[in-house]
Design a protein around this ligand. Structure first.
Ligand SMILES: Nc1ncnc2c1ncn2[C@@H]1O[C@H](COP(=O)(O)OP(=O)(O)O)[C@@H](O)[C@H]1O
Ligand SMILES: [Mg+2]
Length: 262
């Protein structure tokens, strides 16, 4: 798969007496097969707008968005979204939540439970198939949300601050789990965060955005997730001199943007 954004812009029209908002301007980006692209930036710089464009929930004001050479004109099963608020059905158990999307698509019962069971195992939730999701911790609920997004076997997984609501320790575990799943499934990922450390650890490519209008100001190729997947412990990756140097460089960029905007 290859997703390509050419000179995209989004302007939200004026409404209720508020002026129009230039949410994104001159966005050029390519997401290749099995790439893990992370978008980082202050709130309001257009990260969610960018994700909504890629998901097909929103059309650009100008510019072009193509997936494998074909224009993206709406949502599709080739792209799946994991939200920060997991949008689960609290009264259903884990297995039924994961199988829910397949049920809507009309997949037969035996097949949808087979798929759901496989993904429940992949996300480390074996043994919890019959637990109602309202009884689970936030981290486990988020894993159910990811399992559900994977049921349609999307080429591209879109995640908007999926770990933002988790405590620090759970969040680090969830980062490792997502990297392992990415590695096993060979999906492409577009991942939003405003944690610099998370961005550097997870991505193969980092885009740094700045607001008013939302633009991509910097782009970096990253080696760290591959170091982790190659067997280096996560804490050792995050504590390496190379990681710390880049973390400070990226923080400087973001602080400079905030001061310029203030
Ligand atoms: N539906 C909307 N209508 C008008 N303005 C919007 C809408 N959604 C977002 N915005 C504005 O567009 C800008 C980018 O928002 P968003 O994409 O949510 O940024 P981020 O996810 O980086 O915080 C912000 O100034 C926000 O207030
Ligand atoms: Mg957002």
């Amino acid at each position: 798969m290859r997703l390509k954004l050419d000179n995209l812009s989004v302007v939200y029209p004026a409404s209720d007496g508020r002026p129009p908002v230039a949410a994104l301007s001159e966005i050029n980006l390519v997401i290749e097969d099995a790439e893990f692209v992370v978008a980082l930036g202050a709130s309001g710089c257009g990260k969610s707008t960018l994700l909504n464009l890629i998901a097909g929930f929103l059309s650009p004001t100008s510019g072009q968005l193509t997936l494998d050479g074909r224009p993206v004109s709406g949502p599709g099963a080739d792209r799946a979204v994991v939200f920060q608020k997991h949008a689960l059905l609290p009264w259903l158990n884990v297995l039924d939540n994961v199988a829910f999307g397949l049920q809507i698509q009309g997949v037969a019962k035996a097949e949808r439970y087979a798929t759901a069971n496989r993904l429940v195992g992949l996300l480390g939730l074996d043994g919890f198939q019959k637990s109602p999701v309202y009884k689970l911790s936030g981290g486990m609920q988020q894993r159910v949300g990811i399992a559900r997004a994977l049921t349609c076997d999307p080429k591209l997984l879109l995640m908007d601050e999926p770990l933002g609501a988790l405590d620090a320790l759970t969040r680090e575990k969830a980062q490792e789990l997502i990297l392992n799943i990415w590695h096993e499934t060979h999906k492409s990922v577009f991942f939003i965060t405003h944690s610099v450390e998370e961005a550097l650890f997870m991505g193969t490519k980092l885009i740094v955005m700045s607001p008013r209008p939302g633009r991509i100001t910097h782009s970096f190729d990253l080696p760290f997730s591959r170091q982790f997947l190659g067997g280096m412990p996560a804490r050792a990756v995050k504590a390496s001199p190379e990681f710390i140097k880049l973390r400070e460089d990226v923080l400087k960029i973001i602080f400079a943007d905030e001061e310029a905007a203030a």
